[in-house]
Design a protein around this ligand. Sequence first.
Ligand code: 3PG
Length: 306
Amino acid sequence: MKKVLVATEKPFAQAAVSEIRGILDNAAYELILLEKYEDPSELIQAVSDVDALIIRSDKVTAEVLKAAKNLKIVVRAGAGYDNIDLVAATEANVVAMNTPGQNSNAVAELALGMMVYLARNGFNGTAGVELKGKTLGIHAFGNVGKLVAGIAKGFGMKVFAFDPFVAAEIIEKEGVEVVKSVEDLYRNSQYISLNIPSNEETRSSIGYEILSLMPEGASLVNTARKEVIDEKGLLKMFSERPDFKYLSDIAPDCYEDIENNFPGRYFFTPKKMGAQTAEANINAGKAAANQIVAFIEKGVETFKVN
Ligand code: 3PG
């Protein structure tokens, strides 16, 4: 009997676990659940004899892979796979996959939700501003970026996008104006929605130089990864531009600095919350379980990332 470990430091909704269990039962696989673990050693212990692994932002390091003697496949139930050591996975002959698009709507809704929250001063009773008529730049037009654009248009925002990997026609079809450079995007946009992945090229790439191009009333909305921000540049932007606000799905490392010096100009989720809805959990969890069964039974490698 094949063993599948679902290791989620931040657990899925129960409904998602039930769906995963149903798929694995049908395939006559055994589900092992490791939720809310506090130390990586618990994951290292739990992977020792499993054939497949489903994770969220849980870190699959070389050490985890070394301990997982029978592991054939790890599926990141979500989009970003910067938490998997892909080189070590390939060396260990382990296939790594993600489940693109399955949790995107939840992330997009959070981006707009945070924007409304800060535009209304955290609903503290004072007069805020509206999103209608404001400009929004979508930095990377993938699954999340496209959905953020659609919702923002519903709010009456003017939406721009920059993504060198997506053809202009695809973006324009969504009623979004394509700009020619990343600088133009920031120059045109009072709000920027960051939807870039975290990788060698993007890490620490968003700093003062680019942010300072934004016009008056600048707000940066980060539902991507905190690692893409150059935090020195972020702090400089906060101190030199009193109009600047920052919304991020999980706090940056320089959180205390911002809290102490720039009150009312930020909102940070206490845990990464973008994909934390029942629907996103069910979609991503089911996709992960189905991908594992399809890979083990038929060798299907769709969404392989290594
Ligand atoms: C993703 O990359 O899919 C999101 O950041 C969601 O991460 P999570 O599964 O840890 O909530």
